[in-house]
Design a protein around this ligand. Structure first.
Ligand code: UTP
Length: 297
């Protein structure tokens, strides 16, 4: 019987340089897609997958994340007095009281691997998720979100699982790329993994994207991992170490990912979520159609 996955780690301590100046004083993860910040989408995904402990690995300038998930009594009273119950519902208890939130500070941006290692005292000896909020994943028409899909794979194989997506060959240098061996339609056994290879070095076009379900053994691998590409402690390098002793599966998830750490990906997400937003969709679609008609003029 595989253990339940109750903890999710949200590394939010990166510098967000691709989004400067927007991220100079406020975190990338607080960028809104229509009316919710990226980090809230990620937290809701984790809660839906049964997570009970949310671990945020933060840094300077990330206070807004803590504040966002805290209660704001003045605003709640104001909305109550103005008889706005729907708005009140939207801001209250985004994280239910049954779940615990833990904030851990990463004192220097030494890389994603280092950020995950900072959460080790909370993770203990349990499997856990790592969720990168800037990869926003939509699963229209699907019953299960991406974490729930990965959980099914984990329950079947009882090992670490990372989310995979096929990327254009000229984009491989932006990702961790795996050498896969097909197990079934969507599941791959990972033979090796390399961080940001050149297109000549890349063992495939299958990239690891921002969802991981990891066995606690990854933590001792992270302890042994030195600085890798870009001088950072890379989670990819620790995964390479892990798979020399333990199986590691890749899962080509069902859903659409928006790379919201990138300006173009972020704009695409805003557009798609705007087009399906219950309050906006009709007017926004009418605006877009009008706007597109003017594009070639
Ligand atoms: P990115 O590679 O997207 O880096 O990190 P970044 O700093 O956020 O953004 P750019 O590239 O400078 O624009 C992937 C994830 O790892 C976290 C980031 O917050 C992001 O969620 N991270 C990265 C940390 O928590 N700590 C680090 O030291 C590095």
């Amino acid at each position: 019987m595989s253990k339940p996955v109750r903890t999710a780690v949200f590394p939010v301590a990166g510098l967000g340089t691709r989004f400067l100046p927007a991220t100079k004083a406020s975190p990338k993860e607080m960028l809104p897609v229509v009316d919710k910040p990226l980090i809230q989408y990620a937290v809701e995904e984790a809660l839906a997958a049964g997570v009970e402990t949310l671990v945020f690995v933060t840094s300077r300038n990330k206070r807004a994340i803590e504040d966002h998930f805290d209660r704001v009594y003045e605003l709640e009273n104001e909305l109550l007095e103005r008889e706005k119950p729907e708005l009140l519902e939207r801001i209250k208890d985004i994280i239910p009281r049954t779940a615990a939130s833990v904030y851990i500070r990463q004192s220097a941006a030494l890389g994603l691997g280092h950020a995950v290692l900072c959460a080790a005292p909370v993770i203990g000896n349990e499997p856990f998720y790592v969720i990168l909020a800037d990869d926003l994943i939509d699963v229209p028409g699907k019953e299960k979100n991406v974490l729930q899909q990965m959980l099914d794979v984990y329950h079947e194989y009882d090992c670490s699982v990372v989310a995979l997506e096929r990327v254009p060959h000229d984009h491989v240098s932006r990702y961790g790329i795996v050498q896969p061996r097909k197990v079934d339609q969507k599941i791959f056994s990972i033979e090796s993994i390399v961080e940001k290879p050149t297109s000549d070095e890349a063992p495939s076009d299958l990239a690891v994207i921002g969802r991981y379900l990891l066995m606690p053994e990854i933590l001792s691998c992270l302890e042994k991992t030195g600085r890798g590409r870009g001088g950072e402690i890379q989670l990819t390098d620790a995964l390479e170490l892990l798979l020399s002793q333990n199986p590691l599966l890749g899962y080509a998830f069902e859903g659409k990912r928006y790379d919201c750490g990138d300006k173009l990906g972020y704009l695409e997400a805003c557009m798609e979520f705007g087009l399906k937003h219950p309050e906006l969709k009709e007017e926004f679609k009418a605006y877009l159609l009008k706007r597109i008609a003017l594009l070639d003029r």
